[in-house]
Design a protein around this ligand. Structure first.
Ligand code: PRP
Length: 297
């Protein structure tokens, strides 16, 4: 890793990634401004006398999150051994946070940004409905009531991040019985080597200094977008800042940002509808459904 956290030139031999997926992952981390070190520490797991017989060297250390990440792009069937090591490491070093990213997690992360094998997949069909329109309506109304209670006598600013939250924001704001203001932001998505960091493509139109801000998201997945946006909004010195997300896919979290208001926790499946898309389709479905599993997934 270089001091400024950019990818070093491998031609000079300063750092070569063991696998191309690690380089791509490093680029995603760079994009979201997450500081990383590559294989900075090995954890001995088994000794014979003074000799270390077995150890684990996680691929990345994310200092700000105090988190080690091990990427396993191997076939699922070959992952058992790595799993065992990670478990063993957890027992021997209980204070060390380590997360294993499976091949499938990794491919989905890439596909989200239009890369990797899943990105080329044909548009798929709906597999099953996860939340019907009335279920969503009820839950959003509950969130609206909760926010109305928590912000009593205040006038919060709801900041929506385009575009997935559009249905959620439209319903939520009408379920809040307080004067609210609404702002929108948009960010660029990760697009590989040509883009080195998140770019705000549409900024707030009004100042939020001293205001009570609620950041409204449709889904928190890896948490990297949210982490970036929370940092950005904090830098504007709001009086308070909380996050309200309709969907929380906890199983895929890489960066753990506190989310105060959560509509539904969802399993690790690709969901669409009620504003959420797959290749820009399905946003107009009134329900939230899962997509048919991809045969290559
Ligand atoms: C979605 C969602 C979040 C982000 C969450 O946006 O709206 O902003 O992904 O993912 P993360 O937790 O892994 O960072 P997306 O890029 O799909 O754009 P969209 O809202 O325009 O559909």
């Amino acid at each position: 890793m270089t001091d400024d956290n950019r990818l070093p030139d491998e031609a000079d031999g300063s750092l070569a990634f063991a696998h191309p997926s690690e380089r791509e992952f490093a680029q995603i981390l760079d994009f979201y401004g997450l500081k990383w070190e590559y294989e900075p520490r090995s954890f001995p797991l088994k000794w014979e006398g003074d000799r270390v017989l077995e150890m684990l060297t996680p691929d990345f250390y994310l200092a700000d999150l105090d988190l080690y990440v091990e990427l396993t792009t191997l076939k699922q069937s070959l992952v058992t051994e790595k799993n065992r090591k990670i478990r063993h490491m957890g027992e021997m070093y209980p204070d060390v946070n380590v997360k294993l990213l499976y091949r499938r997690d990794y491919h989905r992360l890439l596909a989200k940004y239009g890369f990797g094998p899943l990105a080329q997949a044909e548009v798929r069909g709906i597999d099953r409905v996860l939340f019907t329109a009335p279920q969503i309506e009820r839950r959003v109304a509950q969130l609206g009531r909760q926010i109305s209670r928590d912000y009593k006598k205040r006038e919060p600013v709801l900041v929506g991040v385009l575009r997935g939250m559009l249905c959620f924001m439209a319903d939520l704001m009408r379920d809040i019985s307080l004067p609210v203001e609404v702002e929108f932001m948009a960010t660029s998505s990760y697009r590989g080597e040509d883009q080195s960091s998140v770019r705000i493509t549409k900024d707030l139109d009004a100042g939020i200094t001293g205001r009570d801000v609620v950041l409204v998201e449709d889904i928190v997945d890896s948490g990297m977008t949210l982490n970036y946006l929370v940092g950005y909004l904090r830098s504007k010195d709001p009086a308070s800042l909380e996050v309200c997300a309709l969907l929380d896919k906890r199983a895929r979290r890489i960066v753990d940002v506190p989310v105060k208001y959560v509509g539904f926790e969802i399993p690790d499946e690709f969901v669409v509808g009620y504003g959420l898309d797959y290749l820009e389709k399905y946003r107009n479905l009134p329900f939230i459904g899962t997509l048919k599993p991809d045969p290559n997934g």
